[in-house]
Design a protein around this ligand. Structure first.
Ligand code: DX5
Ligand code: ZN
Length: 230
């Protein structure tokens, strides 16, 4: 098994200064994050709108680690090429966003990106059983997608353990998105997750001018979550 299963912290720039994305990405990377999580919302699949592929393309040169793009949009297929051309490393789409998940995931890999599949809190683990050979990442939503700063949904812990079991020795990351803090991260790390997305819990208390708190927040989530593993 070659996959890096160490805990990776992926700050969501949804909680950053929207007028300053480039500098925010550089600040969180300088403060020790592993990936940068980019939330794309369409006001249709989710009740909020963020930005599209042009913004992803604009921030790409400011990211040296991994640009992890979470597409909360439906329909999704006709936009995948633009997000791939914007330089996404990982493109994650939702199980609930369209009828042809298998085809969409194949297409993401054909475009040269890693393929991720996300599940809303109400979607059972079994929904991805037959696409596991097509994905590099499974994202378990621990809030209903659409907004940052929501409360972590504890019922998803069992789902993560179930997915970890289903994955077996396949090289697939398990990412958790929503309400991650130094208190909730460890619960998911113990259940088998290796990528923790955190918006408000990373950006809280800091800014581009004062990025130190970003680093403290990242280290707090990482330390607590790594400890839960051992
Ligand atoms: C929710 C987004 C998340 C969210 C995480 O729809 O996909 O990435 O911004 O933010 P927090 O950590 O504040 O819940
Ligand atoms: Zn997200």
């Amino acid at each position: 098994m070659s996959l890096d299963r160490c805990i990776k912290i992926a700050p969501s720039i949804l909680a950053s200064d929207f007028a300053n994305f480039g500098a925010e990405c550089e600040a969180i990377e300088a403060q020790g994050c592993d990936w940068v999580h980019v939330d794309v919302m369409d006001g249709h699949f989710v009740p909020n709108i963020t930005f599209g592929p042009e913004t992803c393309k604009a921030i790409r040169p400011h990211i040296r680690t991994v640009m992890d793009v979470h597409l909360m949009i439906a329909p999704v297929d006709q936009y995948l090429k633009a997000f791939a051309e914007a330089g996404s490393d990982i493109l994650t789409i939702h199980v609930e966003a369209g009828p042809h998940l298998h085809r969409s995931l194949q297409y993401i890999r054909d475009l040269g990106c890693k393929a991720g599949v996300a599940l809303n809190p109400s979607t059972p683990a079994g929904a991805i059983e037959h696409v596991l050979d097509l994905v590099d990442l499974v994202c378990v939503m621990t809030v209903n997608p659409g907004f940052g700063g929501q409360k972590f949904i504890h019922s998803q812990i069992g789902k993560v353990a179930e997915i970890r079991e289903m994955i077996g020795d396949r090289d697939i990351h398990i990412e958790i998105d929503g309400g991650i803090t130094p208190q909730t991260g460890p619960l998911m790390a113990a259940a088998g997750a290796d990528v923790l997305v955190a918006g408000s819990a990373v950006f809280r208390g800091g800014s581009v001018a004062n990025p130190g708190p970003y680093g403290e927040n990242i280290r707090a989530i990482r330390a607590a979550s790594e400890a839960a593993r051992s």
